[in-house]
Design a protein around this ligand. Sequence first.
Ligand code: GLC
Length: 626
Amino acid sequence: MSAIHLLRKLSRNPPSRLLHRNLFPSTFSLDLPPDLARTTLIRPFSNHPTIFNNTHTLIPFWVSEKTKSLSVSLREFSTSVVETNTSDKTFERVVGLNPNPLVIERIHRDEETIGESVSRGGENEVEKKSDESVVREESEAEKEAWRILEEAVVRYCGSPVGTVAANDPGDKLPLNYDQVFIRDFVPSALAFLLKGQGEIVRNFLLHTLQLQSWEKTVDCYSPGQGLMPASFKVRTVALDENTTEEVLDPDFGESAIGRVAPVDSGLWWIILLRAYGKLTGDFSLQERIDVQTGIKLIMNLCLADGFDMFPTLLVTDGSCMIDRRMGIHGHPLEIQSLFYSALRCSREMLSVNDSSNNLVRAINNRLSALSFHIREYYWVDIKKINEIYRYKTEEYSTDATNKFNIYPEQIPPWLMDWIPEQGGYLLGNLQPAHMDFRFFTLGNFWSVVSSLSTPKQNEAILNLIEAKWDDIIGHMPLKICYPALEYDDWRIITGSDPKNTPWSYHNSGSWPTLLWQFTLACMKMGRPELAEKALALAEKRLMADRWPEYYDTRSGKFIGKQSRLYQTWTVAGFLTSKLLLANPEMASKLFWEEDYELLDICVCGLSKSGRKKCSRVAAKTQILVR
Ligand code: GLC
């Protein structure tokens, strides 16, 4: 029996509800023999002289990658650019392909030909930079932010394992804000990694991995194996009169308000695992057998067969950052873009062998189908809206134009006025006879970052943000979605949720934590000035306002009605944005370029056969040719 099978078998018989310290020592030993070639060549992150001093006044400028290029492994090329070309012209239009991708990606990075601009300089420029060691003075806000972030660190048996969601001293009812949330920890982790502190992230990844194989039940029903918790807490329990011990207590949704499923947790875990490798150069973590098994369990859960007709992941309402009822059940964009990123990360990180071959094939197929589906059917701009406006309905055929039977009356009146001449975005959700036209920020930014959307679409998304700056950014970046659900929509769709009243919280509140994702998207597209402008706005207020979780009103003028103060991911999002902007080369390790290999995969085989047409080839898109 292979080691992986054995581990799987073991993890079907998990330990008791609360994890016993003795089962899980706080220092980690590597299961696998170190990859000598790699470890000898990679500079240990924590030994970096500037970082090791750990002073908060001076920040190292991360450019010294020259040495690493010697040890560069395949995973350094996250784009997986291959020397393939598609000959199918229709398909090219759909996927936004350039006939000579290799030249563009590797040599010219020519913005004109494909529109995927790149924030990095030419080779010489990078080399020049790598010799510099620029030191930047921290602002008062940054200094305070680091202090708060460090105070938010949670320890388990003496080791740092995460950060609490909020540390508001005035909050008498913290609910679960005193827990470590998987999604909330991501910006904290990136801030630590960009500062050269990898230990907390490594510990977090390994501890949450242990929680994955938990025995979890909600009213005697067990959700799928591989599910990652939404959050966990370190509890001290009494063993007897004199002794206590610390245990980790996860929440898989069984205590969460509304019993929402944390679908995004596993996806974020995989994304963070890759980021850890990329930013520290320590790939031994992702190579461990238990970590490989963890990736596989999450992927198997996501790729399990069901009744679905679409390659998008079908989820219930509130299964991501928006963890309350907000009408995002079905195929919400946020989950799809995180899913796509996690698939790309897994493809990079999984060791290919007999036991993973089938999974890797399934991942490739899904990546290809998913990107086609989103690019083709989720995209809206002025032209597409006009098309929908003139849609014929009730078309029964395989090559219908209006595939999902969308009634044009669904186009909301606000959108007709709002959509700019330049720019576009990906829909919030798509289901039979249903398009959710709201703009969801995280999903759109993460599509840019992961190249789920085409290079042209990526540009158009940033153009839209620029054109609609007052609506999406206003006084405080960034609106979680736009516009708010009001009146009957609010009553019916949120179930009259008093926390999600119009222009508050998840219902179009402004969330400063989203800054880091915006920064990454802007940097990828070579437009860091947009991020700088937003960051400057946030910096003016966040410290004075005591780092709120969210802001309210149409323009984000007021601190949110029920907003926590000293919210960790507000603090961490701010710091991560600062660090990314200061370290473009590190930032570039966190996003993906177009993957031409994926665009060529079409598994249905219909394109070559006579009578039936492959729907991808038959797709009559006019979206991407302009
Ligand atoms: C709220 C947010 C959720 C976050 C949690 C902890 O429930 O909606 O996304 O993870 O607070 O900050």
